[in-house]
Design a protein around this ligand. Structure first.
Ligand SMILES: Cc1ncc(C[n+]2csc(CCOP(=O)(O)OP(=O)(O)O)c2C)c(N)n1
Length: 631
């Protein structure tokens, strides 16, 4: 027993101890404390109703319970909440055994891939095994201790199974440590065998005393800072790629100062969208496959790429084709050493805010100055792109329905400081990455690490739980809406207002666009009936009344066809207290202008179809002429 700890104990079930423990965990950063896990979502079944369900009923005063419609969704809500809180707080999720648990696996993968903390509490088989195989148990033929929950292992940053109640004493502190470690965080899964949840143990009383987990700001070592300054001195064309780490470290001001003081343009990843918050001539917007041509041009010619808080996925590196300058060097600032070492660059394993501060001081001391001709070039690229947006993207095209670009233009104009826009899959996140202008003051919440269809509405609830005022806009395609609209019910139940803008273009059109590039034929991506003659899905477009569907769950709805109607609906929706769904008809095959960045999606190597053969030839040409490896 540690000194100062009393020997008194409290007799509780494992589930009761878990609830009491979570109720007194706090996080702290920069002197500010907050509850680490202020609420729990869950769907009960035989695996948790008499265990964790009973514990929440008796001891859950400080851990309010929320009821979602689907276990996958509740993990998305927790991720949305964690992202909106810059990873300083998250939610817990409890599910029953079997399908309830496995429904959470997609959410776990999303959390871990996006480096977002979530605490998952799937129920598990009977630890005693006295009762023989129970309902929903896997019964693995050669590994008797394996359950479906073992599927969480590869998608969790920490996994444990509590087969004795006292194991909580070591499992929970480790779970909290991982959740609050910026380099390790992700899904933390504690599987709870159904019988052990109800078993009692004499827990030490101090286990239930308030505990504060400090979220570290890892300081950079002086050596890589000096080396980075030496690279900056040599660089003629530096560029910064800003990732989600800028948000999580709340390094917005430091990033803008560093960029401004030394004349270094900034481009953004999806997670980094909005990293530069104030008007800046040096901000070139989203970069990569769905980025702006201005960003692609400047990154392509850069001789020094400074990544800040990004994992550098293929959408950013253009599958390693985006950095054309043969002398390009890389610096990577990242709290996660693995990410800092990517691209064979100079790693600065540190918190983004601390590293940018140190780098700024060292660069100023070394006399680094902006280079005027480079700044002119950057400014020219930016203004050409802005002109194209105003003259082409935000203008109607005769004979066509409203484009998604026009829709985003209106939404951007109607957004206000304090609003948040959420998107995750299909063309909406890509178009927002390219077009959304953060100068309206609204936050842009893009999940593109997993790009999971169905994240948007539940994540919007998580955003709303942390943002009581302002609109929470959710931009989704019709395909994504159909995959997971039901958290609208939770929105009504909890009075968590969200405003969904549904872009109705009659199918998985973003995938059809890719299909036309890499196959050359449309197949299986549009929402069309089976054609009687050819027996394929090329018949009439399906008639789906999305507004009625949303109305049935209690939302106020609009159907709009023009930018003016959309603007009016957005204005009507703002003062509305209920959740709103605006269904906007958009043009099927009208896309925003490309960035010119290549993406490695191969076409079939052999085919009897000349169109597909041509696509393969184009693909090989791209791969052979554009892709390079950096190590
Ligand atoms: C859960 C999930 N399944 C499949 C995909 C692959 N996928 C990416 S975008 C997309 C189509 C999205 O359709 P929609 O929401 O209508 O958007 P649009 O195509 O109109 O942009 C699909 C199927 C995915 N990202 N997530």
């Amino acid at each position: 027993m540690a000194s100062g700890q009393s020997s008194s104990t409290t007799r509780l079930t494992m589930a009761q101890a878990l609830v009491k423990y979570l109720s007194v965990q706090f996080s702290e950063r920069d002197g500010k404390e907050r509850r680490l896990i202020p609420a729990i979502f869950g769907i009960f079944g035989h695996g948790n109703v008499a265990g964790l369900g009973q514990a929440l009923y008796e001891y859950g005063q400080e851990l309010p319970y929320y009821q979602p419609r689907n276990e996958q969704s509740m993990v998305h809500t927790a991720c949305g909440y964690a992202k909106a809180n810059n990873r300083l707080a998250t939610l817990a999720c409890t599910s029953s055994i079997g399908p309830g648990s496995t429904n959470m696996i997609t959410g776990a993968a999303l959390a871990t891939i996006n480096r977002l903390p979530v605490l998952l509490l799937p129920s598990d088989y009977y630890a005693t095994r006295r009762q023989g195989p129970v309902l929903q148990q896997l019964e693995h033929p050669i590994s008797a201790d394996v359950s479906v929950n073992d599927c969480f292992r590869p998608v969790s940053r920490f996994f444990d199974r509590i087969s004795r109640p006292e194991q909580l004493l070591t499992a929970l502190p480790e779970a909290m440590r991982v959740l609050t470690d910026p380099a390790e965080t992700g899904a933390v899964t504690i599987a709870l065998p159904q019988d052990v949840q109800m078993e009692a143990y004499n827990y030490p009383a101090h286990f239930f005393e308030k505990q504060v987990w400090s979220i570290e700001r890892r300081l950079p070592e002086p050596k890589p800072i000096d080396e980075a300054v030496a690279l900056l001195q040599l660089a003629q064309r530096p560029v910064i790629i800003a990732g989600g780490g800028v948000h999580y470290a709340e390094a917005w001001g430091e990033l803008q100062e560093f960029s401004q003081n030394f004349g270094i343009p900034v481009v953004e990843t999806f997670a980094g969208k909005g990293a530069v918050r104030k008007q800046s001539d040096l901000l070139l917007g989203g970069h990569g496959i769905t980025g702006t041509p201005a960003a692609a041009q400047i990154v392509g010619a850069a001789d020094l790429v400074i990544s800040v808080g990004t994992r550098l996925t293929d959408f950013t590196t253009g599958s390693q084709s985006a950095f054309d300058n043969p002398r390009v060097r890389f610096i990577s600032i990242n709290v996660c050493s693995r990410d800092a070492h990517k691209q064979g660059g100079l790693p600065i394993a540190a918190d983004a805010r601390e590293a940018l501060r140190a780098l700024s001081m060292a660069a100023a001391k070394a006399g680094i100055k902006p280079r005027a001709p480079y700044l002119q070039e950057v400014s020219k690229a930016k203004h050409q792109w802005q002109k194209l947006v105003l003259e082409e993207v935000y203008r109607p095209t005769a004979g066509e329905a409203m484009s998604q670009g026009e829709l985003i233009g209106v939404l951007n104009e109607e957004s206000q400081p304090g609003d948040t826009i959420v998107a995750a899959a299909g063309s909406p996140p890509g178009d927002l990455h390219k077009l959304w202008d953060v100068n309206c003051g609204a936050a842009c919440h893009l999940e593109f690490g997993f790009s999971c269809m169905g994240y948007e509405i539940p994540a919007g609830l998580g955003v709303r739980m942390s943002q009581p005022r302002g609109e929470v806009y959710i931009l989704i395609g019709d395909g994504t809406y159909l995959m997971n609209p039901t958290e609208l019910v939770t929105a009504m139940q909890e009075n968590l207002k969200i405003t969904v803008i549904l872009s109705e273009n009659h199918g998985f059109q973003v995938i059809r666009q890719l299909q036309m590039h890499r196959v050359g034929h449309s197949f299986g991506n549009e929402f069309r009936a089976r054609d009687a003659k050819h027996q394929i899905l090329e018949g009439d477009y399906l008639k789906i009344d999305f507004a009625k569907n949303a109305e049935s769950m209690g939302a106020r709805t609009w159907k709009v066809n023009t930018p003016e109607e959309l603007r009016k609906a957005l204005r009507d929706a703002r003062p509305e207290t209920r959740s709103c769904v605006i269904v906007a008809e958009t043009e099927k095959y009208h896309y925003a202008p490309g960035s010119g960045v290549w993406w490695d999606v191969a076409a079939a190597e052999v085919s009897g179809d000349p169109t597909t053969e041509n696509r393969r030839a184009e693909y090989e040409e791209g791969r052979n002429t554009r892709q390079r490896f950096h190590y």
